[in-house]
Structure formats: C-alpha cells, structure tokens
Write a protein that binds this ligand. Structure first.
Ligand code: AP5
Ligand code: MG
Ligand code: ZN
Length: 214
C-alpha cells in the first residue's frame, strides 16, 4: 500500500502517518524528518536545507526529488510506505508518478487532512518534536508521558526552529501557493480521499482506517 499524506503545515500529517505506519506495518517517510536529521547531524545536505527551512521556504526540487526517489527504493519499501511532506510541488508529484510508472506501480491513496488556517497557528506553538525519531507531541492535545521527553526513544523534545508564528504564516502561504494544487492532481488521478483534520487525533485516525480498510 502506497500512501501520500496531503495537508497544510500542522494539519497532522506526521501524527497520522506514524499511526498508519504502526497499524499497517509500512515505513513512514517524512522529507521534513530526513532534512531535520541531516541538520542535527550537520551534513552537507542538512546545511543546504536549513537555509530554506528556517525561512519557511521549500527546499529546491533538485535536492528533494532525488533524495526521496532513492529512499523509496530501499528494502523496507517493498510492501509500500506512507509519504509525509512529499510531494509538495507539481514537479515533485510528476517525478514520483513517473518513477512509479516505470516500475509498473502507482500511489494507491492520497489522504488530504483538511484543517483551516485559523487552527494551525495554535497547534504549532504547542508542538514539541523529537529530532531523533520524528515523533511529534502537543503540550495540550497530545502530551508525552514525561514532560519534554520522547515516549519512543527518550530524547529531549524541542520546539522546531520553523514553528515561530511568523515562519508558520510564511509556510502557510507557500502551502497554498505550491502544495494545495496537489489536491486536484490526485483527485484527477482518482486516488484522493479527504478527512476532517479538526477532529481529535483518534477520530481522524478512525476516519483514515475506514478509507484504507482494517
Ligand atoms: P515538514 O516537516 O513536512 O513540515 P510541514 O509540512 O510544515 O508539516 P508539519 O510537520 O509542520 O505538520 P504535520 O502536518 O506533520 O503536523 P503534526 O502531525 O506535527 O517540512 C518542514 C520543512 O521542510 C518545509 O517547510 C520545507 O522547507 C522542507 N521540506 C519538507 N519536505 C519538502 C519537500 N517535499 N519539498 C521541499 N521542501 C520540503 O501536528 C502538528 C501539531 O498538532 C502537533 O503538535 C500535534 O500533536 C498536533 N495535532 C495533530 N493532530 C491533531 C488533532 N487532530 N487535534 C489536535 N492537535 C493535533
Ligand atoms: Mg510533520
Ligand atoms: Zn523520539
């Protein structure tokens, strides 16, 4: 099963992708997490990506597309995957469609987690992230068992550098401009499913399970 998660920054793509990954036994692949792991490890890729991410801009397609297409060739992707944060531009979607078509494959579901902009800013200011395993928490809606410590791997949690309100506004603009058109792209491909992302996170997940099948 190959799944693409669509939705604005903070819509809950990562939160739901982790749950899908656990239930269906497929890897969760987040381009944002890959970039953040590279920033933490101070790799060349990380240093390049950081300049764009800190401004709320997209990392250029030349860097992102090759990285993602390499990742989905790895062994753990044989039975599918859930992509979170990719594709984010029409050229990214077209590259993915083409690469899959060359292998006789296609995306099975594109799930749009729909949340209006008004809800986003408050979600982001309460978000805490684990830079080691990519798990996300919310101080109110989804707190970790121990304050500021990742339940999964024990790392200290951080507020992401791009979660400042000004940067979140910029990311929302970039989303509407460059990423929202993907909803139509996947609708035309006949694989779009929409869920109401304003519900609580378990209710959103149940709606997704109805789409994917138990
Ligand atoms: P990325 O890491 O993908 O960030 P994003 O798309 O902006 O999305 P977020 O991770 O902020 O939100 P999310 O939808 O995953 O929400 P979450 O589940 O955490 O990308 C970061 C940057 O990297 C980009 O700006 C860009 O520069 C670069 N980049 C990445 N991919 C790229 C690409 N393909 N091309 C170019 N550049 C790329 O939830 C948010 C908060 O809300 C959490 O605190 C969570 O606990 C809480 N929450 C979740 N669901 C609910 C709910 N139902 N009710 C209440 N609270 C909830
Ligand atoms: Mg995320
Ligand atoms: Zn962790």
């Amino acid at each position: 099963m190959k799944i693409v998660m669509l939705g604005a920054p903070g819509a809950g793509k990562g939160t739901q992708a982790k749950k899908i990954s656990a239930k269906y036994g497929i890897p969760h692949i987040s381009t944002g997490d890959i970039f953040r792991a590279n920033i933490k490890g101070q790799t060349e890729l990380g240093m390049k990506a950081k300049v764009f991410m800190d401004q709320g801009q997209l990392v250029p397609d030349e860097i992102t597309i090759g990285m993602l297409l390499d990742r989905i060739q790895e062994d753990d992707c044989k039975n599918g995957y859930v992509l979170d944060g990719f594709p984010r531009t029409i050229p990214q979607a077209e590259s993915l469609t083409k690469a899959l078509a060359n292998m006789g494959e296609q995306i099975d579901y594109a799930i749009n987690v729909d949340v209006p902009d008004e809800n986003i800013i408050s979600r982001m200011s309460g978000r805490r992230a684990c830079l080691k395993c990519g798990q996300t928490y919310h101080t109110v809606y989804n707190p970790p068992k121990t304050e500021n410590v990742c339940d999964v791997c024990g790392e200290p949690l951080v507020l992401r550098d791009d979660d400042k309100p000004e940067t979140v506004k910029k990311r929302l603009d970039v989303y509407h401009d460059q990423t929202q058109p993907l909803i139509d792209y996947y609708k035309k491909a006949g694989v779009l499913a929409e869920v109401d992302g304003t519900k609580d996170l378990e209710a959103v997940f149940q709606d997704i399970v109805k789409i994917l099948g138990a």
